[in-house]
Design a protein around this ligand. Sequence first.
Ligand SMILES: Nc1ncnc2c1ncn2[C@@H]1O[C@H](COP(=O)(O)OP(=O)(O)OP(=O)(O)O)[C@@H](O)[C@H]1O
Ligand SMILES: [Mg+2]
Length: 244
Amino acid sequence: MIHAKGLCKAFDENSGPVLEDISFSLSAGETLSIIGPSGCGKTTLLYMLADLSQPTSGSIAIGSTQGDRASCTTSIILQNFGLFPWKTVSENVALALKIRKAPKTVVASVTASLLEELGIGTLASRYPVQISGGQQQRVAIARALATDPDILLMDEPFSALDAMTREHLQNTLLAMWQKRRLTYVIVTHSVEEAVFLGRTIMILSDRPTRIRKVITNEGFGSQALRMEDQYFEMVRSIRRIMEG
Ligand SMILES: Nc1ncnc2c1ncn2[C@@H]1O[C@H](COP(=O)(O)OP(=O)(O)OP(=O)(O)O)[C@@H](O)[C@H]1O
Ligand SMILES: [Mg+2]
């Protein structure tokens, strides 16, 4: 589904490369957490996966055949939610479908069912300023899912939220994955979040950034994981690697 090979990214020659030789593959339905120090290039990597930025060298193939992006749809959720303040909750969610000129009845039914699924059905006609941060993030998730993407890319989607809301939305995301089995990549600063949401966890180094370690997180996929010993053990071992 995603094949990244030897990715390097430099913004200008004087400051040296940000990312150096990043290679990984992610199969359909898999989930990847990316964790690493601030400024190491996580957002840069995600933007390249979203085709919003190009690698200086190396290649990214997305979809079933080499470079066949057209067969594979991608949505991205940014850290600041990215909602349009002048549009209501349902208009924000409907946006991508409207741009694609989907029939009005389809737009209405997809929007309504996603709002319901995310527990914000009663907020459909409110504007973003009239709802909480956690609710805004739900709108951003609904909007990203409206086009039924094959791949969902998320850049610290829950970092602006309080701890309880954050855990609640992590559970919601996991439930969405269990239902849809879409492929997702989540960038996070939180070791706990990385362990709860990624079957694969990629730990990045300081700049020039390389992959420090890739870990398979066997316990991933269970809502009950947070209470299990293997979860705490995984959190501990990632912290050791990051400190090491
Ligand atoms: N458009 C750009 N032009 C020049 N330098 C850039 C650009 N975008 C990012 N950088 C630099 O690349 C490095 C990595 O930035 P990036 O935003 O990818 O880091 P990050 O790992 O997402 O950090 P954080 O955890 O703080 O979000 C930083 O040093 C940043 O200043
Ligand atoms: Mg970032």
